[in-house]
Ligand binder design. Structure first.
Ligand code: TLP
Length: 365
């Protein structure tokens, strides 16, 4: 694994001003490249036509992920967005209302798909770093009156991306699920980074998944596979998702080539997520010492670091531009917020280098 990592392209070469420059890319954990060992299993994967259900590697991945999540069945889909949207489509009817946290991924970053593809409306609730309370949800459920939309589904996100990689506490998920069941609602979990939550909280993925009717998980984020997500749930639900996957154009053919990367990632890249979490924590602790940075390292629970730089007098994009000149890619959002995401292709030495660049640019407190 160590040697394998050394061989991998753990930095990006990007042409900048005519020069090849080595970048440390902290914009997202989606930027990882498949390692040589992963490419080898991809090249050697047994394949078949998955639209006929005949790709043995995809079928193995389905079984593996269903087992990990403690669900009856799972289905491979191209992206986390499609996994979430197929779940929403399968659980709802047009006009239904879906309760969701206001900074969640399905509501903000999926191109308005909930409205466009399922005809639902979102009912947004503000969480604490993305985490909702059962009591907030209870209040938001519409009364049974023909004036109101029908509340059908609750969507949760674990870890919560815009919340700063926050882990949904298991008891909170349990409480929300019990409430949903008592009110006849369904629960979908956007678990794009459920693996991170699981490793950081030493809680099995299925322990989280038991508190949701459907779960989407991604292989292409922290786990380092190039493509792919899965939806898991009951057999009946997955049959419905399968039909809509065809309708949405997500049926793929000899896709075992990609599924093999996912199987490899689950076998070899899961436990190492704790290195990403340590790196994120180190970043937060170092950044706290930089002038104008507002961050509480104890809020950094997994691989996402979000901080505010309003007191530097600069905007996030100005800081991002300056960091890029020093070979560090970061993601600015809002006017004064910055997100850094640690991953497989960023080492602890890279993190020290990034901190030096921030210190040089912003100065120490
Ligand atoms: N998130 C991406 C961007 O879209 C913002 C990122 O860089 O973090 N759920 C969650 C919680 C996500 O963070 C993402 C991707 C998705 C779903 C969508 O996954 P993809 O990109 O595979 O459609």
């Amino acid at each position: 694994m160590g040697a394998d990592r050394h061989l991998s392209l753990n930095f990006q070469w990007i042409i900048l001003g005519g020069n090849m420059k080595e970048f440390i890319d902290l914009r997202s954990d989606t930027v990882t490249r498949p390692t040589p060992a992963m490419r080898k299993v991809m090249a050697e994967a047994e394949v078949g036509d998955d639209v006929f259900g005949e790709d043995p590697t995809v079928n193995t991945l389905h079984e593996k992920v269903a087992r990990l999540l403690g669900k009856e069945a799972a289905l491979f889909v191209p992206s986390g967005t499609m996994a979430n949207q197929l779940s929403i489509k399968s659980h709802t009817q047009p006009g239904d209302e879906v309760i969701i946290e206001s900074s969640s991924h399905p509501y903000n970053f999926e191109g308005g798909a909930g409205a466009a593809l399922s005809g639902i409306q979102f009912h947004c609730l503000k969480g604490v770093r993305g985490i909702l309370d059962a009591s907030q949800i209870e209040e938001a459920i519409r009364p049974a009156d023909h004036h109101f939309p029908v509340t059908k589904l609750v969507c949760l996100e674990n870890t919560h991306n815009r919340g700063g990689g926050t882990i949904y506490p298991l008891e909170k998920m349990a409480e929300i699920y019990r409430l949903a069941q008592s009110k006849g609602l369904l629960v979908h979990l956007d678990g794009a980074r459920l693996w991170n939550a699981s490793v950081a909280a030493r809680t099995k993925p299925r322990e989280y998944a038991q508190w949701a009717d459907s779960v989407s998980v991604c292989l292409s984020k922290g786990l380092g596979a190039p493509i792919g997500s899965l939806v898991a749930g009951t057999k009946l639900f997955i049959e419905c998702v399968h039909r809509f996957r065809k309708m949405f154009g997500g049926g793929m053919r000899q896709v075992g080539i990609i599924a093999a990367a996912g199987i490899y990632a689950l076998d070899y890249h899961l436990e190492r997520l704790k290195e990403d979490h340590q790196n994120a924590k180190r970043l937060a602790v170092g950044l706290k010492e930089c002038k104008g940075v507002s961050i509480d390292p104890k809020h950094v629970e997994t691989n996402i670091v979000i901080f505010d730089i309003a007191d530097t007098g600069m905007t996030g994009s100005q800081v991002a531009e300056a960091m890029k000149k020093e070979g560090v890619l970061i993601h600015a959002f809002g006017k004064t917020q910055i997100r850094l995401v640690t991953h497989l292709d960023v080492s602890s030495e890279d993190i020290e280098r990034v901190l030096k660049v921030f210190e040089k640019f912003l100065g120490r407190k």
